[in-house]
Design a protein around this ligand. Structure first.
Ligand code: S3P
Ligand code: PEP
Length: 441
């Protein structure tokens, strides 16, 4: 879907209350398709995210010859072809808006005997790929990018891979996962050291498929030539989607909202830690483990928020939640300072610039810096902002309306469907006065 065909309008003075369940985790849903396809035997996935990003991954594996049934109500059945059973696709694989699909599949496809071309939409074809193609080249892979290191990627098959020891220069779960997937096809051991913990769904899920993964402090290794055994995966709710509601119910008066069955993997819960530092009232209830991932229900109630200096150690643990956290900061008392977050500039949009521009349009003092932002809190005005086709920017500004003095109109929102299909109706059901204006861009 084009990113320019949906405008959202949110009236001020809404509220959020009741209980709701956000859709399945995007990172885990991608990995379930990938590992299920490479496994022997059937993998059944429940709670799969039927968002455009994960559907791009699913379609790509169909094009690689994998029989995948569904998704139907979040249920997917994958008839795994084994590590060496993929077939050459007839055409380039379109990864849409999804950086995770492209970077993880680059590693996996580098180990195949056939060539593949990976393309994407206008946003994805601007994103940096050398972070994966350089270390993959050190393993023996041959991948062409365009001159500036962006997609399309032309992956040359039939090149033997050699396991390497690689220290990640930036904390990135996508790079780590890409190298681990290439490592499945490499001779010897592939080891990755990370400068700070990043989401570890790949490591957990590989173990769930029966592969021996060695894990130490900031380091993960696997031996090439193993096998994956099909399994059952239950995908928890996406904490990155829950984050919009955690912020919305914190900043608006008289809210009390329970988010059920949210993934609580400790490499993903930075948003809760940061919101609590700001004074948020978030209770974690009924913690449990589902299919190798921790899950809980979260009850969030309105609370006065204070600006904070965000501890750099929490940045990789909340990397996708900054659009929402910037809105929390905009509605907090005092100043919030974010540093060490230059990665935000190379997401679906430049999330530092695009969020600062939108906040300024709403009358909030937001000063972008090279690697973060300084925000002086206050009540936002109403107005019109542009999400630049970035799903998380769109949903973050929708929540800002809960505290705004007038309606907020958000342009270019169709990509909300990449990570959160049903966002508008779920939010409206909880009390957010939100409407979609079709063709209103
Ligand atoms: O591995 C993943 O599933 C993801 C890793 C993160 O990207 P980086 O590895 O680029 O930080 C995150 O921003 C993205 O939404 C999902
Ligand atoms: C950065 C994101 O995703 P991706 O890198 O997969 O496009 C995101 O969902 O916020």
């Amino acid at each position: 879907m084009a990113a320019d065909d949906l405008t959202l309008r949110v009236a001020p003075r809404g509220t959020l209350a009741g209980r709701l369940r956000v859709p399945g985790d995007k990172s885990i849903s991608h990995r379930a398709i990938m590992l299920g396809a490479l496994a022997e035997g059937e993998t059944r996935v429940g709670g799969f995210l039927e968002g455009e990003d994960c559907l791009a991954t699913l379609r790509a594996f169909r094009a690689l010859g994998v029989d995948i049934q569904g998704p139907e109500d979040g249920e997917v059945r994958i008839r795994g072809v084994g590590l060496h059973g993929l077939r050459a696709p007839a055409a380039p694989l379109d990864m849409g808006n999804s950086g995770t699909s492209m970077r993880l599949m680059a590693g996996l496809l580098a180990g195949q005997p056939f060539d593949t071309v990976l393309t994407g939409d206008a946003s994805l074809t601007r994103r940096p790929m050398r972070r994966v193609t350089d270390p993959l080249a050190r393993m023996g892979a041959r991948i062409d990018t365009s001159a500036d290191g962006t997609p399309p990627l032309h992956i040359h098959g039939g090149t033997p891979l050699q396991g390497r020891d690689y220290a990640l220069p930036v904390a990135s779960a996508q790079v780590k996962s890409s190298l681990l997937l290439a490592g499945l096809y490499a001779r010897g051991r592939t080891c990755i050291t990370e400068p700070a913990p990043t989401r570890d769904h790949t490591e957990r899920m590989l173990a769930g498929f029966g592969l021996a993964v060695e894990r130490g402090e900031g380091r993960v290794c696997l031996q090439g030539g193993g096998r994956l055994q099909g399994t059952r995966i239950q995908v928890p709710g996406d904490i990155s989607s829950a984050a919009f509601f955690l912020v919305g119910a914190s900043i608006a008066p008289d809210c009390r909202l329970t988010l059920e069955h949210v993934g609580m993997n400790p490499t993903r819960t930075g948003v809760i830690d940061i919101l609590r530092l700001m004074g948020a009232d978030i209770r974690v209830e009924n913690p449990r483990e589902v299919g190798g991932e921790p899950v809980a229900d979260l009850t969030v109630s309105s609370a006065p928020l204070q600006g904070v200096e965000i501890p750099p150690a929490l940045v990789p643990l909340a990397i996708d939640e900054f659009p929402a956290l910037f809105v929390a900061a905009a509605c907090a008392r005092g100043r919030t300072v974010l540093t060490d977050a230059a990665e935000l500039r190379v997401k679906e949009s430049d999330r530092i610039q695009v969020m600062a521009d939108g906040l300024l349009r709403l009358g909030i003092q937001a000063e972008p810096t090279a690697d973060g932002m300084v925000i002086q809190g206050g009540d936002p005005d109403g107005g019109e902002v542009d999400s630049h086709g970035d799903h998380r920017v769109a949903m973050a500004f929708a929540m800002a309306a809960l505290r705004a003095r007038g309606p907020i109109r958000i342009r270019h929102c169709a990509n909300v469907n990449t990570s959160f299909p049903g966002f508008v109706s779920l939010a409206a059901g909880a009390g957010l006065p939100i409407e979609a204006e079709e063709n209103g861009a």
